[in-house]
Design a protein. Structure first.
Length: 231
């Protein structure tokens, strides 16, 4: 029981540490990809209306479902760890999103409580990493995958029938862009989640010995010293 209570207390302090703000909240590359993705979706919608090609509309829908999945799942994972004031691009979404802290999830979910109660630190680490790996598959939306397959078949047929049209240039532009939107957020989100959990467990193991925390922080690029809560 003391192990669980200490975990709750540590999670309260976990919300204020600069490490999470640097690695999760201030991810400028993710924000840039978010903007580029929406610009690309608008372009696809425009082409679907002007060129009368269903392929553009299907690809736009696929990207929309994928972007929604990635960012909505990220919100649920990191909602309690990211202050609202640091969000400029997604503030409107956070105003309508009910934020659940990790502490409340642990208290309300008996499965989590059972796994942390009277468990060793090694068992807690194994459980958390298993959770991170099992939930990583949710970052890919199956609807987006189906639409992408259909759109790829239509696009390939269009290229085969009319090689001199704009489709071939559009295909070369689309492939790297969509790989960035589809593949990169999946691995980035999974890596970030596991990395955050491992960092948390290092601190959990050290029982808040700040010398060890500082040594971990110095080993992480662009990571400043955690802000100490005087309360």
């Amino acid at each position: 029981m003391e192990n669980l209570c200490y975990l709750y207390d540590l999670l309260d302090k976990f919300n204020y540490w600069h490490f999470l703000k640097e690695t999760v909240c201030k991810n400028n590359f993710r924000k840039a990809m978010f903007l580029i993705s929406w610009i690309f979706i608008i372009l696809l919608g425009y082409l679907s209306l002007t060129v009368n090609e269903a392929i553009f509309l299907l690809l736009g829908l696929a990207m929309f479902f994928q972007i929604y999945t990635v960012f909505h799942t990220m919100d649920r994972d990191y909602a309690s760890l990211i202050p609202l004031k640091n969000h400029k691009l997604l503030n409107h979404h956070y105003r309508s999103l009910r934020l659940y802290s990790i502490k409340k999830i642990l208290q309300q979910d008996r499965v989590y409580e059972k796994n942390f109660l009277n468990k060793s630190l090694a068992e807690c680490e194994a459980f958390l990493l298993l959770e991170a790996n099992s939930s990583a598959s949710y970052y890919k939306n199956p609807i987006a995958g189906v639409i992408l397959v259909i759109a790829t078949i239509i696009l390939g047929n269009a290229i085969w029938e009319s090689i001199n049209k704009m489709h071939i240039l559009f295909f070369y532009f689309l492939t790297p862009m969509y790989l960035l939107i589809w593949v990169l957020p999946t691995f980035e989100s999974r890596y970030q989640k596991v990395r955050t959990i491992k960092f948390f467990l290092y601190i959990f193991n050290s029982e808040l010995e700040y010398k060890e925390i500082d040594s971990i922080g110095r080993s992480i690029p662009n990571c400043k010293e955690p802000a100490h809560n005087s309360n």
